[in-house]
Design a binder for this molecule. Structure first.
Ligand code: SAH
Ligand code: SF4
Ligand code: F3S
Length: 477
């Protein structure tokens, strides 16, 4: 099948360029008249990989699709449009996506009208797009993270013309407001406060796949939060690759501390935020977190490594000492704060000593939770060119050792909850046991509990009876 002529392909190099040009803000969203009823009588399915930014993008795509008449469906045998929203953060994330696209080949063979579309961060990678175009005939539509708003037109072309439709821009990006949204959560919602990232940590592909840091205006964010409150949402999570850098790309002097405080004043019961880069964490932000009861005492603070030389080569701009200082300040000022982290092992030429420094910092910080990864070279990033003589087996062993270590502290912390009462926002029945409810505590602990007459969205006080590594068990009181 030919590619439609007006295609545009990604270019990671171009995507990593940063200019001083002002951020374009587009407040009005228009769907072309010819695409307005495109989905009538038709269904769609979206598979989402990756982080909350992708989750939230999928909500926008679902919103757009439903605006033009599509209905959601889980019945993949009969669905008309499948979108796969991909993540490029590590190679194993990419392999999963290729596996899923492979599985859809049969569906396409049986139904040549089926539109399989691939979008998200992997679509911003030239090598991946080339591979899809050459080897995966079932993929009819490819669009990037900067092209979501074009979805009605792109689908119109894919459905009405016998071509592959490819539109992927590699650019700094705009801020689109007022795109349709279909929230997947009933009482919890994501709120983007910024897009993109300018930190360029040397291992990371996100600044290339998502463009430059673009903060939404405080006015737009507060408007969205107020609407969510009016609609009865109980919890919002403010999203950004780097929420503590909020506002740095604008010239009005507004920062994350100001934003967080104004959001808190709206009075939604629970406010969370992620992710916090230690680099931009100010004392004022800590004070605001400590001051407002509806800002949850839970901070995700990726450390990545506990070794200063590695941190330097990662481009993280803090030291193990300054990380630990920040950690202590948070613990001292925010009552009962829970802190989680991300750690990478096996960064190029990480020595035994460097790894030991990471273990030492974990020992000092005793995290509530940790997401740990073996370093995965990402095309086009500076770290991918660094010499690496450490073998895969050593890296695997380090991951294991690290997981043992943080798991031991996480269990200890969870055990300290036994006999205490925590307030839980109920999600529904537990995925594993339909006689048990589940939800999250203020400190973001997964709590499974028994009780009666409980509904999703309720706040329930739960007495914790037994702690596990990843969850707490108890009963409603
Ligand atoms: N913006 C967030 C991180 C987003 S990516 C931050 O700066 O904290 C989530 C996590 O994936 C990172 O914190 C890092 O630990 C991990 N990660 C990113 N790139 C990686 C790579 N190339 N290999 C392994 N892990 C990686
Ligand atoms: Fe990636 Fe670093 Fe930006 Fe996080 S802050 S998204 S790790 S470049
Ligand atoms: Fe993955 Fe893109 Fe998020 S690479 S982690 S989906 S920003």
């Amino acid at each position: 099948m030919k590619i439609k002529e007006n295609w545009s392909l990604p270019d990671l190099k171009e995507a990593g360029r940063r200019t001083r040009s002002a951020i374009e803000r587009v407040d009005q969203y228009l769907i072309p008249a010819h695409a307005m009823h495109l989905g009538e009588g038709k269904t769609y399915h979206i598979s989402t990989y990756g982080c909350q930014a992708n989750e939230r993008d999928s909500e926008t795509m679902a919103g757009i699709l439903e605006t033009i008449g599509f209905k959601p469906s889980e019945d993949l045998e009969h669905v008309d449009v499948i979108l796969i929203n991909t993540c490029a953060i590590r190679q194993n994330a990419e392999e999963k996506v290729l596996g899923e696209i492979g599985n859809f080949k049969r569906l396409y063979k049986e139904n040549k009208d089926l539109i399989i579309g691939v979008c998200g961060c992997m679509a911003q990678e030239n090598s991946f797009v080339k591979l899809l175009l050459e080897k995966y005939p079932q993929v009819r539509l490819l669009f990037g993270t900067h092209n979501i708003q074009d979805l009605p037109q792109l689908l119109y072309e894919a459905m009405n013309e016998h071509t592959k439709v490819v539109k992927i821009y590699s650019k700094e990006g705009e801020v689109y407001e007022n795109l349709p949204v279909k929230r997947f959560g009933q009482h919890k919602a994501w709120v983007n406060i910024m897009y993109g990232c300018d930190k360029f940590c040397t291992y990371c592909i996100v600044p290339y796949t998502r463009g430059k840091q673009r903060s939404r205006t405080m006015e737009q964010i507060l408007k969205e939060v107020q609407e969510l409150k009016n609609e009865g949402y109980k919890e919002i999570t403010l999203l950004g690759q780097n929420v503590n850098a909020y506002g740095k790309d604008m010239e009005n002097g507004v920062d994350f501390a100001n934003l967080l405080e104004e959001v808190a004043k709206i009075g939604i019961p629970r406010i969370r935020f992620m992710t916090s880069h230690p680099w931009d964490f100010t004392d004022q932000m800590i004070d605001v977190i400590a001051q407002y009861e509806n800002i949850m005492p839970f901070i995700h603070l990726p450390m990545q490594s506990g070794d200063d030389e590695i941190l330097k080569r990662m481009g993280r701009r803090y030291t193990s000492e300054s990380y630990y200082e920040l950690y202590q300040k948070l613990k001292a000022k925010v009552p009962n704060a829970a802190i989680s982290t991300d750690i990478i092992v096996g960064f190029p030429n990480e020595s035994d000593e460097a790894f030991q420094n990471t273990l030492d910092l974990v020992e000092k910080c005793k995290f509530d939770n940790a997401f740990t990864f073996v370093y995965s070279p990402r095309p086009g990033t500076p770290a991918a060119k660094m010499e690496d003589t450490i073998d895969a087996e050593t890296k695997k062993q380090r991951l294991y050792t690290l997981n043992e270590k943080w798991g031991q502290y996480a269990r200890q912390i969870n055990t300290s909850y036994e006999g205490k009462v925590v307030r839980v926002l109920v999600d529904g029945m537990s995925k594993r046991n339909e006689n048990v409810y589940s939800g999250y505590s203020e400190t973001n602990k997964l709590v499974n509990f028994t009780g009666e007459n409980i509904h999703p969205g309720d706040f329930v006080d739960v007495l914790i009876e037994e702690a596990k590594t990843f969850s707490l068990d108890g009963k409603a009181i």
